[in-house]
Ligand binder design. Structure first.
Ligand SMILES: [Fe+2]
Length: 181
């Protein structure tokens, strides 16, 4: 794992955000604006030679946090929610695969290519992986991530939630032998 805490200072896209929680539309506008200003994040893109994940905190205040994530196909968040936070994601390079769990059925799968974004509320449960090698995405959450729910689904379809810290690296919790995912 490789991280950096360098953050946008001064006149960046995040400088004029309102001092309150942002809704889904505002979060999507924010990640879209950031995607249009690569000078604010491009120096944070990195794919470590040791194969570890790389993510960078671009901005964090009392109301919103913004991350840049770099993805390889083996990077897998596992099933998770964002507790009380809404979020938005803009894919700026490559493509991400988003899956949503369907208990007792086939999970929903969507490939989000570069140039597209999506948003979600606190009710959203998903799993993200890199759909192609060396993909990059920008994520914004409001209120800032603090706790997340990490899920496992066992071979009988029973889903369980564990509360984790935003500082923990998300990873699959499914039993690899019995998983139906
Ligand atoms: Fe997520």
């Amino acid at each position: 794992m490789s991280t950096t805490t360098d953050q946008i200072q001064g006149g960046g896209t995040c400088a004029e955000l309102p001092e309150r929680t942002l809704d889904r539309r505002e979060l999507r506008d924010l990640v879209n604006d950031l995607a249009a200003h690569p000078e604010e994040w491009r120096d944070q893109v990195d794919f470590p030679a040791d194969g570890g994940r790389h993510y960078a905190s671009l901005y964090r205040d009392a109301y919103v946090d913004v991350w840049l994530l770099c993805w390889r196909p083996e990077d897998d968040t596992g099933w998770h929610d964002h507790d009380i936070s809404s979020g938005a994601v803009h894919v700026v390079r490559g493509a991400l695969r988003e899956c949503n769990p369907r208990i007792g059925g086939e999970h929903l799968e969507t490939v989000v290519p570069a140039g597209q974004s999506f948003s979600f509320g606190p009710d959203h449960i998903h799993r993200l992986t890199g759909a192609v090698d060396e993909s990059v995405s920008i994520h914004a959450y409001s209120p800032p991530l603090w706790r997340l729910g990490q899920y496992s689904i066992d071979g009988t379809g029973v889903m369980r939630r564990v509360s984790v810290s935003y500082a923990d690296e998300l990873r699959p919790m499914d039993d690899p032998i019995t998983s139906v995912a």
